[in-house]
Design a protein around this ligand. Sequence first.
Ligand code: GLU
Length: 470
Amino acid sequence: MTVVTRFAPSPTGYLHVGGARTALYSWLVAKAAGGKFVLRIEDTDRERSTQPAIDAILEGMEWLGLNWDEGPFYQTKRFDRYQQYIDQLLAEDKAYKCYCSTERLEQMREEQMANGEKPRYDGHCRDNPNASGDRYVIRFRNPQEGSVKFNDHIRGPIEFANTELDDLIIARSDGTPTYNFCVVIDDWEMGITHVVRGEDHINNTPRQINILQALGAPVPEYAHVAMILGDDGKKLSKRHGAVSVMQYRDDGYLPQAVLNYLVRLGWSHGDQEIFSVDEMVQLFKLDDVNKAASAFNTEKLNWLNQHYMKSLPVAEVASYLQWHFTDQAIDVSKGPALEKIIPLLADRVKTLKEMASSARYFYEEYEAFDEAAAKKHLRPVAREALEVVQDRLASLTEWHAEAIQGAIQAAAADLDVGMGKVGMPLRVAVTGSGNSPSLDVTLELIEQEQVVGRIARAISYIMEREQAQQ
Ligand code: GLU
């Protein structure tokens, strides 16, 4: 049997982390079995489904690398398929027309609630040959006895008594099929063997199983994934910061870090924290997924992000980092290759966004000195140190870290001061701030002429300040 799984989002918003985790689990099940992963867009709710949401979901899946083998299939393009099965169920008397008016249903509902009963359709039109009217919906004839049992991969054995389920509407009065019915037909026609989805769908499962059985279709296996909570224990929502997958891209996370984070959010393998995608495919088991809700932990995501910034092939990190330079309008075409700056900065920042913004000085002159750094290090006493080191650097005939280091040391020796007395003003002069990787390797990546020019700028700054104070 070929394992076929699917991700079936309703395009009413962006791809959020809960959906992405469900998609990842579903994708892993397919990959591990050498099976297929299907993407299906459940867009039957035409008022709430939008093209931007579809685009955002596809973009999120692509960014995460969750590639699909089939699809995307759109439910709105499959109405004639659903109609065919509705006709079949009607012809076999496994579904029936219900003419009950909204008023009648409303009144029934109120009475049931007043009696403390769970509101459910009372079967008025189920076996009523006299039922008639202008408008009707089509209801599935749900079995009235027995129960529906399934063994959920995450939640264990689950049973629903059929008396708990009423006759579900499968087509509305305008003829359009309803959500649960479309899911059933799609899962069947697409050959889905494992349904992995959020636990908010657990009540739909017995209804869907009954319809599958009425159609003589095989029943897939199910796994209902628990919710994700924010770090305050409440259901994860926008209030907790980023919940859209693409927001994580924008905030500077690598897809590898997000995937690793998501796989661990509700699943574990001993105390291992780092999983490459290949390892996930090898080790992930639906049965090991936690049935309790998991809480989001941004610090852990940051930790993973830094791990991947440091350990992924630098060319791969560079391709994601480039996005952030473009986003921050930093033109990197005239500065050092991104591959050169990544090893210098990966230890010092948590995200690629921070990496790009803190690397600006490699590519362009900063607009102004960091105020605190300038106040501390660009004082009159620093002027001489800057002049001496400027001369030393300007006269270098080779521009590499070792020579640069030699020039800084020589300047400190000329002045008979410690390296810091030269190094700190130089750092602020060249990078605009008091915080940068080691000066020799930093300066090596900036053109000699640029460095000398920036020192001159710092010297003028000191002189202007001196004059202003006189
Ligand atoms: N379209 C549903 C949702 O977005 C998922 C349904 C399913 O996986 O069966 O929540």
